[in-house]
Design a protein. Sequence first.
Lengths: 214, 576
Amino acid sequence: MNCVTCQLKELELESTEIRDVLRCILHTIFFHRTLSLVRPKDVDCDFFEITYVQCGLPELEKEVDEKIDQFVAWVEKHPNRKSQICLSFFDEKNKHPGWFGNKTERAYWEQWLINLHVMSPKRYSKSSSSKVLTNIGGNALEETSSRRSALESSIHEVLFQIINFANEKKDHIPAIPDRIFNHEIMIPSSSDSVFGWNTVALRRVLNSGHPYSL
Amino acid sequence: VPIRSPDSIPTSPPIASRSDLCSLTAATSHAAQQQQQLGAELERGGGGPSSAPAAMSSGMSDSAGGRAGAELMVEQFHLKVLHAVLAVRAPRPLAGGAGAASFRRWDSGFHLPLHDPPPPPEAAERLDALAPGEPLVVDIHLAPAGAGEGGAVVERWTVACEPWPDAEGEELAVNRAYKHCFTLLRSVYAVLRFLPAYRVFRLLSANQSYNYEMVHRVGSFAVPFTRDEEAAMRSYRFVPVETQLGRLVVSVQYLPSLSAFHLEITSLSPSMLITDYVGSPAAEPMRFFPASLTEAAGSAFPPSYQQQRPHSWAPPALWPHPAAVPQAKFSPQVIYASPTPSPPNFQGGYQQRLMRGESAPMCIPQVGERRSPVHRQNTLDPSRGFMLPPPSPRRVGDLGAAGAQESPSECGRLIGRIEGLRMVDPYASSSPRHKGKDSKEESGRFSALSSCDSPRQDDLDDADYPFVVDDVDTPVSQLGSNDGKEMGDQAGSSSRKSQDAQVGSLVHLLRTARPLRDPSYSSQASRAESGEVASTSSVMSRRTSDALEELQSFKEIRERLLSRSSAKHQEPPEKP
């Protein structure tokens, strides 16, 4: 089975907005790919006028939050870098049962690449003039507001991107289990490339022979 | 999205209402059961959860009812989308306990439980009238509050099953289409929450006192937008699901921003006022009145009294309902504009009083307690005809003769009578002078007259209070020494009678008193006084001139009292 990949639009954000953005994106993907019976739960973003939907699975929420925490810790060590988070769905199959146990093989059938560019808050030029500083303070608020508004609009684009892809690519989805599909969330590690790309996910994509989607 | 003109399709009045979604009808429950059955059949046809993907995509058209199954699925899909849209576009008061815990079995069609109330029956019935390929159109309006309909369309959801031009879809498996509908419905569910109208829905559900209301219209045709409306709207068409019958298409046209609608709270909705809290006046109006007063008043406050005229504590329903008055689009009745509604300040205090269980401010004296000076004054107000002026002040001096053998003047006897009255004086406790007289129960009233007390100017102004404390103190004491026994007898007899009866008897006594200048008065006074409380004597006419003369004397007494009291107030405080 070929692995279908969706490359989402890159988002520029600050470190304080990581949790909001990642929760929104990851849970929207899970909501579209968890086709077993779920209990939809509406969640409001903290910094944006966006309401997304969770599956209502406490274990999944915990797993997502833990991964986000790890990513935030990584960002603190690698500021101002582009990074990628990969959400993959796979089937697990027994491969070559042997004397020493069964080996399982993962057959990835779909992965979502979330591209983020986490930036440090802008530093403003130093000036001795108090009037200039006052203007800078006012400008800072205005810049933050416009930046956040632009980010909110970009998040909407990403969400519609997810919806489009989730509905266009459905035939490869396996039989619906009575639970959530097998999955993994991979975040950049120290051994990853300078650009923060997930090398494992990248290798998987290259090996699948399937071009990037979207 | 095919937009048909009204002429090409059979017209039927669309439903435009802010309908109640809280009733579960037999029709919708039957539809829900059908969803359950359909889902179970399709999943069984797919071989269960662990079957290979090929089994799911194989031609399963023969199982699960085939075309009939497809028709049922399409119908249920329409209903599901309608339910999902109205659940978050028809504001209703937030109900406690709603949420994930209230899932019901019939909700879980297409693996998407909707725990909100189902669409109203009339909306669901619209689905039966749909011809093949005819769209189901749900318009969401933001209309001025109270208008009921009209306003601007902020969203338009369209669901249609576009039939195949030929038999293209005959080979399509029902269960495959059913599974694809899962994803499509998830997307519809998610987008319903992305769009700006969702936030407005939540605002209006939390507080129904806004100047706008969200109204939905369910129909089978879409009223074309104007060019400007079309330009202002954005469109999104979901990826369709292919079925045997055709392609299930869902699309939405929406305004990307609703900031042009200045949502403001216009008035405190009556439904937000808790009128039936425990101990409220509305629930127990008689509770806040003393039992003695209500008994004395008899039917003064009948149960229907409150309904006749709304009081300040009456339920708001009795007041003119603001929703009955059509409001302008830009309502001038805006109290404040806050994104987080809270009660306005000028009503907050009132509401908070109600919420705390306090009653409307009332000041009703109880029987048996001290009367207000005004009340007492009114009783003796000559203008009200309750009394005749007492003897002229010239006679007071005569009364001052201690131990005088001459018969006490009528004034003194009248004073004595009044001393015997059980009239509680509010200033009694503040009168150090008359503490000693409390045992005799005679100083209540005089303490009010004491210049060292606080005889209020207004009380004295209102009535020609004839009694001079300093002047009558001595005669009273003297009277007490001379006629103590008699006074005691009188007091004893007075104590057994009500205050009202005593006042009445005093008035009668004054009326029947002989003129001051009657030389035979002194001899007749004692006879007239005996048993005076209950006795009846002949009414003697008085000449007008006598009355005027006595009136003049009372005025002099009054002026004397006033000057004395003002002099007392101006005295410097006593040195310790």
